[in-house]
Design a protein around this ligand. Structure first.
Ligand code: CMP
Length: 145
């Protein structure tokens, strides 16, 4: 535990063509990609993924948005991955994100905030397993994890 995080490039950022630029920031930030794929979540997938937020007023809008187009999901590996990735992406609301962070550069608003990043080591493992089987995750030698 402790060395992975799960990210998603959200639909608006994919549609605007920011995926490559975001992946460049991720690898330049020292993260190794263990697994990655582009796909579109169903509304039910998004509701399950964001279940922890189901009592929040934005849950309906958020899950509609996240299932509105393709996303790029990836498992990222680095020491202190969760904390370091949250630093690289910046605050949830891009208005509060520091200069140079992924959200400052590529987000549209608090909902279409360019990328998701896990908020704890425990959730990183849960979220990585939500999208990827063990056979889709690779160690640095190219072998299945
Ligand atoms: P994410 O990191 O994917 O985790 C939960 C998401 O909920 C968050 O990014 C935002 O996109 C969204 N979110 C959080 N707070 C709000 C809010 N106040 N209004 C709309 N969306 C929000």
């Amino acid at each position: 535990m402790g060395n992975i995080t799960l990210t998603m490039v959200k639909p608006t950022a994919v549609e605007k063509g920011y995926t490559g630029k975001i992946l460049e920031k991720i690898t330049a930030g020292g993260f190794r990609i263990q697994a990655m794929k582009m796909f579109r979540m169903s509304k039910a997938d998004a509701e399950k993924f964001y279940e922890v937020h189901k009592e929040r007023p934005f849950y309906g809008e958020l899950t509609a948005f996240m299932s509105s187009g393709p996303i790029v999901a990836a498992v990222l590996e680095k020491e202190n991955a969760v904390k370091d990735y949250r630093k690289l992406i910046g605050a949830t609301n891009p208005k509060d994100a520091e200069e140079g962070t992924i959200r400052k550069l590529y987000a549209t608003d608090i909902q279409a905030n360019a990328v998701h990043g896990s908020d704890s080591d425990e959730n990183a493992e849960i979220e990585a397993s939500f999208f990827f089987s063990k056979r889709e995750r690779f160690n640095k030698d190219g072998n299945i994890i």
